[in-house]
Design a binder for this molecule. Structure first.
Ligand SMILES: Nc1nc2c(c(=O)[nH]1)N[C@H]1C(S)=C(S)[C@@H](COP(=O)(O)OP(=O)(O)OC[C@H]3O[C@@H](n4cnc5c(=O)[nH]c(N)nc54)[C@H](O)[C@@H]3O)O[C@H]1N2
Ligand SMILES: Nc1nc2c(c(=O)[nH]1)N[C@H]1C(S)=C(S)[C@@H](COP(=O)(O)OP(=O)(O)OC[C@H]3O[C@@H](n4cnc5c(=O)[nH]c(N)nc54)[C@H](O)[C@@H]3O)O[C@H]1N2
Ligand SMILES: [Mo]
Length: 783
């Protein structure tokens, strides 16, 4: 093992939760060969039954993704048109997401009286999430050890007073997580801009920001260019840096269908993900009981961060073979000559070192691309969360441009979004750089929109660290746990005068608070939302730019909950008493919000009329619809990037952080990662057996993960278990968010400032937990 340096608790150190280093029940078996089938259905029902009971499980799951029901809060993968929708248009993990929200367990005032905030901070995310739904507004007053009840009016007055006490509106930060509806998101950004700042960081900054930036520059629109029909017409699907078996399970049905009709699938992934190797469709009887459909024709087990080199090499081979769509290149692109010159030959030694693949594998991938009349490239976090992400995505775009694979049926670019409405929130103006329509919106209501770029997530944490943030408001999400550099972020939150969380469930962001803290509990997707104007629905936009309605049906978890829209409107009215925005009218009937959206946001004309169609409507995308590219040159742009790879010093590994099969981001449903064979614990680091041997670490050894950053600082995640696992050589994988403490705040993607959660240089050290001199953890009440 390398080195014996030790860092003291303090900077870069976050105590593991009480329950976690326990992981005594951890077992590891071989990764599975395929996903879903009967076990998937059984797990879906099991999750529902445990949290909701039988009747509620049946009632709830049958409404999921149905035309008159609610949009699954799981992922952003689109639903088929109503006539093609199955009775069970959901997946195991969608069912878990719903069960987590529709649970019958409750966190009430008695809970907070029994659990001091400090003891909540010592709990794991799993424990916090298991406690149930938040039921009433709560406040932690300065110096208080507990949250205590507060009325809604007093809560709004308290936030308004703090927001009005700032020297500048830029001392407030308004975070959003991607489950928020279009209506709530639109109203929120209107409030924040009327208040006077563009400080609107959102989860997208940590997610597909790199895709938005890369596509914006390359094709003029920061969104994907395919529809579900294209997926069903593709001849070749390339799935890069994505684990759909866990994170977008309904995508597997689409891939399996594609394979059955003869389409090819290439997977690019350092881990042998079960869902991408084989699949049994749980929505078909044959899939419940029968044989696996092999899902991938060519599985490229690339090294972490090897994608840029891989797609450069594929581009070079296509050029060499003359496998180009000359007409498309000539008519619709710019920068081809420079690209062709830069990619004139493959530097094979460099490419093979960066990718860890063989030349034959890369040539086979290029051959499949050359032979395909209709190719779609799909990607997710394996491509977006690295220093070179924007450039790597643009190399994928380059290959698609060479072959004319945009704006043609069955072809295109498909960033697969995460949160169910993360794309919609962006469309609605949740962006730190205001969209072009904001001044018009401001003029409608007689205020001047702030123009300066606001804080994204990383800048917001920097500002907190430097004492420049007084008030933090979180519209959903878990800012304390989802962000990088946990120790820095948590110190930043604690340094705020006021932190406010608008939430459905308890999480770490409620336990790590400013001097004063508020919990404002809200309705979830599954619940009935009745306002002065009657029963309401909200709208969302899926990963393929389709906007549709979502209508909750369950009785609210508590009579004291307000909708997100109502909370924002009342907060705005309290904060901006002179505002010309009719907050109460907008909140009384969300159709009124949609009318304002229709008036200012491009693509939303006749919003209310069009969203009445159960299939919803698809927003325009010039590249997809007409091969038109609203870039500076009016053409799609080839990009040239030099081949550079992350230099990993000897004795170190390149760590990526992933989701297990039993979590939704920071919400931990259970301690198993079934497809990867890991059970009963999450503090594991997966390393190739030969790398473990070379490092002198035994399979199963207790280790600390220590990340090394170029400024000489180190960060430590204590008390992990090393697990021999067939990942690519030189790489490692651990779970998000336990490993977030290792991601340095300044380690971000060039151009998008997305934290590099998928590429962190680490070394393994013998476990030091608990370190000498570590103050004892607070006693935890039973429960
Ligand atoms: N059940 C469930 N569903 C979810 C979520 C959840 O937590 N649980 N989260 C939602 C959200 S917000 C998002 S953004 C999506 C996330 O969906 P994914 O992006 O599928 O999620 P990750 O677990 O981060 O998986 C990243 C994948 O990229 C691979 N990878 C890592 N590094 C590299 C690399 O350098 N190159 C390549 N080619 N591959 C790499 C990993 O091995 C892994 O398979 O899922 C959404 N859906
Ligand atoms: N190391 C590492 N870090 C990562 C990632 C990674 O792969 N690795 N992934 C990044 C990605 S892709 C993302 S998207 C972010 C996720 O970051 P966030 O979106 O901030 O985190 P979540 O865990 O999705 O937030 C869950 C919380 O949202 C609240 N919530 C749930 N539903 C609702 C609702 O309907 N309304 C409201 N108001 N609140 C609700 C609940 O309180 C729940 O605890 O994390 C990022 N962080
Ligand atoms: Mo995400």
């Amino acid at each position: 093992m390398a080195g014996d340096r030790r860092i003291r608790p303090g900077r870069g150190w976050v105590r593991p939760p009480r329950e976690d280093p326990g992981d005594r029940d951890l077992t590891v078996g071989p990764p599975q060969e395929s996903a879903a089938g009967l076990p998937g259905v059984a797990h879906a029902l099991g999750a529902g039954l445990a949290q909701m009971g039988a009747a509620r499980t049946a009632r709830t799951l049958l409404r999921l993704n149905q035309p008159d029901g609610f949009d699954c809060p799981g992922c952003a993968w689109p639903e088929p048109p109503p006539q093609r929708r199955g009775h069970a248009e959901f997946c195991e993990n969608g069912a878990k997401a719903v069960a987590d929200e529709a649970t019958l367990r409750r966190v009430d005032a008695a809970f907070f009286a029994a659990h001091p905030v400090d003891t909540l901070a010592a709990r794991s995310g799993y424990w916090l999430g298991q406690q149930g739904r938040l039921t009433a507004p709560m406040v932690r007053r300065p110096g208080a050890g507990h949250y205590t009840p507060i009325g809604w009016d007093e809560a709004f007055a308290l936030v308004a007073a703090e927001l009005r006490a700032v020297d500048s509106p830029d001392e407030a930060v308004f975070y959003t997580s991607g489950r928020t509806s279009n209506e709530a998101a639109f109203l929120y950004q209107l409030f924040v801009r009327a208040y006077g700042t563009n400080n609107l960081p959102d989860c997208s900054n940590m997610c597909h920001e790199s895709s938005g930036v890369a596509l914006g520059e390359a094709i003029g629109v920061g969104k994907g260019s395919v529809t579900l029909d294209d997926i069903h017409a593709a001849a070749l699907l390339v799935v890069i840096g994505q684990n759909p078996g866990t994170n977008h399970p309904r995508m597997l049905s689409a891939l399996a269908e594609a394979r059955r009709r003869g389409a090819k699938v290439i997977t690019v992934n350092p881990l042998p993900e079960a869902g991408l190797r084989g699949f049994r469709d749980p929505q078909k009887v044959s899939g419940l009981l029968g044989r696996d459909t092999p899902l991938t024709d060519l599985y490229l087990q690339v090294r972490v961060a090897g994608d840029l080199a891989l797609f450069q090499a594929i581009g070079s081979l296509l050029l060499e073979w003359g496998a180009l769509d000359r007409e498309f290149v000539d008519r619709h692109t710019s920068g081809f000559a420079a690209y062709a010159a830069a990619r004139a030959r493959v530097d094979w030694p460099a490419v093979l070192a960066a990718t860890g693949l063989t030349r034959a594998e890369i040539e086979e991938a290029a051959r499949l691309c050359a032979a395909s009349p209709a190719t779609i490239t799909c990607w997710a976090m394996g491509l977006t969360q690295r220093a070179d992400s924007v450039a790597a995505i643009q190399e994928v775009v380059n290959v698609q441009l060479l072959r004319g694979m945009i704006g043609r049926p069955g072809a295109g670019l498909c960033p697969v979004r995460g949160h169910s409405n993360v794309q919609g929130d962006r469309t609605m103006g949740i962006v730190h750089e205001p969209p072009a329509w904001v001044p018009e919106l401001a003029a409608r209501y007689g205020f001047t929109a702030p123009r300066a770029r606001g804080y994204d997530t990383v800048d917001a944490i920097r500002a907190m660290r430097d004492g420049r943030v007084r008030v933090f408001v979180g519209l959903g999400g878990n800012f304390a746990a989802a962000t990088p550099d946990t120790a820095v972020t948590e110190a930043g939150l604690r340094g705020c005068r006021l932190t406010v969380q608008i939430s459905t469930k308890l999480n770490r962001a409620h336990a790590v608070t400013g001097r004063t803290a508020l919990i404002l509990p809200c309705l979830g997707r599954t619940e009935r939302d009745v306002q002065a104007g009657g029963a309401q629905f909200v709208t969302v936009e899926d990963s393929m730019s389709c906007v549709h309605a979502s209508r909750g049906r369950l009785a609210p978890a508590s009579p004291d909950l307000l909708s997100e829209v109502a909370i924002i409107a009342r907060l705005a009215a309290a904060t901006l008493p002179g505002s010309a925005v009719p907050w109460a009218t907008l909140a009384a009937d969300y159709a009124a919000v949609r009318d304002v959206i229709a008036a200012v946001v491009p693509g939303f004309a006749d919003f209310n009329a069009r969203v009445a169609d159960p299939a919803g409507f698809t927003l325009p995308h010039p590249g997809r619809d007409a091969r038109a590219f609203p870039t500076a040159t009016g053409r799609a742009r080839f990009t040239v990037t030099p081949l550079a790879t992350v230099q990993v010093p000897p004795g170190r590994l390149l760590l990526q952080t992933v989701r297990s099969h039993d979590q939704y981001n920071t919400t931990i449903y259970g301690l198993d990662d079934r497809y990867r064979g890991v059970r009963g614990g999450r503090r594991v680091v997966l390393v190739h057996p030969e790398d473990l041997a070379a490092l002198g670490v035994a399979d199963g050894a207790a280790v600390d993960l220590v990340s090394e950053w170029r400024d000489g600082t180190e960060r430590r995640a204590p008390a992990f278990r090393a697990v021999a696992y067939p990942t690519a050589r030189g790489c490692a994988a651990a779970y998000f968010p336990e490993a977030n403490v290792l991601v340095p705040l300044d380690s971000v993607a060039a151009g998008s400032q997305t934290p590099t959660s998928k590429s962190i240089i680490i070394r393994l050290e013998p476990a030091t937990y608990p370190p000498p001199g570590d103050p004892p953890a607070p006693d935890l009440p039973a429960g």
